[in-house]
Design a protein around this ligand. Structure first.
Ligand SMILES: *Cc1c(COP(=O)(O)O)cnc(C)c1O
Length: 361
């Protein structure tokens, strides 16, 4: 059986280092906002060429607090792709703001910059981009629009740790919101997230927001939250961060095997000059996706669907998003994620290619 993912096998190479760092945290007697969080924040900033990293409790919280830091007014609008994981849209709603969905490009699966301007109104305050599956968005036209209309940029980097657009890391074009959910390219052994920024005021605000609105104990300047990355997760993340480039290179190498060998009847991800995709997910499209998924399972290959239900079709959104989004819909109906874990070998992937290319229905 080739599994889609296996979190134990994925983390096994790091077990010894995890255990040693965990022992230090245990013995230190200091478990929330201490030196391991600080150290990880510093190292992640270096990795990402960001001035600051602020550890928070999850990827969703990183998005929620990023928006909160701008102090937008109730019912202000935020542009967001119609093709994303629901968390992106939830963060806007939780801030009392209105999500304005924009269709993706059918080849990149990311927000289509050409369709943004028509959705801008005098209430639009920000564009929340999502570097989906690890593929960076086309940032140049998006930054031009943001400048022209004076909009903030928030990047959902939950699937794109280390991805680059013409040599620049994602999470440095605006505010970056990262998730360290265990399956992500940089995954913890529990929940975690971080915000990256080059702005001193945003950094100070998010440092307060994550800790009850306080920078000095028992003095609360803002209406804050409890959203802190804990010392234990930070120590695991700090270990894994050292290997993130290896993880990325391994996944890109596996992606290359798919790209070079998969039949063209399966729609492969697009690779464009200047875009460094970190392949959090290797997604193909195929018209009879469900049948293909079933066939692969019969041949002992597990796959996933990211995602089976489009945000605008979710029960929770029925009174919030009322328009139709046919491109997003089409992607949701045809997309299929193939195995591409750090623990998979080249032979695993060659086996997947062989089986899938033999599909004759
Ligand atoms: C995983 C993910 C999130 C949410 O991250 P959590 O840490 O699970 O809260 C947000 N956006 C995208 C695109 C994601 O893939």
């Amino acid at each position: 059986m080739i599994e889609y993912e296996n979190l134990k096998k994925l983390n096994q190479p790091f077990f010894e280092e995890y255990k040693s760092r965990f022992d230090d945290v245990l013995e230190s007697g200091w478990y929330i906002l201490g030196k391991d969080v600080e150290k990880f924040e510093e190292n992640f900033s270096k990795f990402n060429s960001s001035k600051y990293t602020i550890g928070v409790a999850s990827g969703l919280d990183a998005l929620v607090l990023s928006l909160k830091a701008f102090n937008f007014e109730k019912n202000d609008e935020v542009i967001v792709p119609s093709n994303t994981y629901i968390a992106t849209i939830l963060s806007i709603i939780h801030n009392g703001l209105k999500p304005v969905l924009v269709e993706p490009n059918i080849q990149t699966y990311n927000i289509d910059p050409k369709k943004i301007v028509e959705k801008i109104t005098n209430k639009t305050k920000a564009i929340m981009v999502v570097h989906l599956y690890g593929q960076p968005c086309d940032m140049k036209p998006i930054l031009e629009i943001a400048n022209k209309y004076n909009l903030k940029i928030i990047e959902d980097c939950a699937q794109a740790h280390g991805a680059e657009y013409f040599g620049q890391k994602v999470g440095t074009f605006g505010i970056g919101a990262f998730s360290f959910y265990p399956t992500k390219n940089l995954g913890a052994l529990g929940d975690g997230g971080a915000v990256t920024t080059n702005d001193d005021i945003i950094k100070d605000t998010i440092m307060k927001l994550r800790n009850y609105g306080s920078s000095e104990k028992y003095h609360n300047e803002l209406v804050g939250y409890n959203s802190r990355l804990d010392e234990m997760q930070a120590c695991f993340l700090d270990v894994k961060l050292k290997y993130l480039d290896d993880i990325t290179n391994h996944k890109r190498n596996l992606a290359k095997i798919y790209m070079e060998n998969l039949d063209d009847r399966f729609v492969k991800p697009i690779e464009k000059e200047g875009y460094k995709n970190v392949y959090h997910i290797f997604a193909i499209r195929y018209e009879r996706r469900d049948k293909l998924k079933e066939y692969l399972l019969q041949n002992n290959i597990k796959t996933e669907i990211h995602y089976p239900v489009a945000p605008h079709k979710q029960e929770a959104m029925k009174n919030i998003i009322t328009d139709n989004f046919p491109i997003s819909q089409e992607i949701h109906e045809t997309i299929l994620s193939l195995p591409i874990s750090y623990y998979h070998t080249e032979n695993d992937i060659k086996r997947v290619v062989e089986v899938i290319n033999n599909y004759d229905r």
